[in-house]
Design a protein around this ligand. Structure first.
Ligand SMILES: [Zn+2]
Length: 57
């Protein structure tokens, strides 16, 4: 089953493929920002999804 990592803000597909990728690698690849909506990306350990936030305090 292919892995898909989406931006929780805009639904942009940050990664899609058969190879299991570390979310940290995805975040690093995109320089910590969603290329589509420019939201900051953070890795959510609970959901195993890359989510975007307004910024963590
Ligand atoms: Zn986005």
């Amino acid at each position: 089953m292919p892995q898909q990592i989406l931006c929780s803000e805009c639904g942009f597909s940050l990664y899609e493929g058969d190879v299991l990728k570390s979310p940290q690698d995805i975040i690093k690849k995109y320089d910590g920002k969603c290329p589509n909506c420019k939201k900051k990306l953070v890795f959510d350990h609970e959901t195993m999804l890359v989510t975007s936030t307004e910024g963590l305090s």
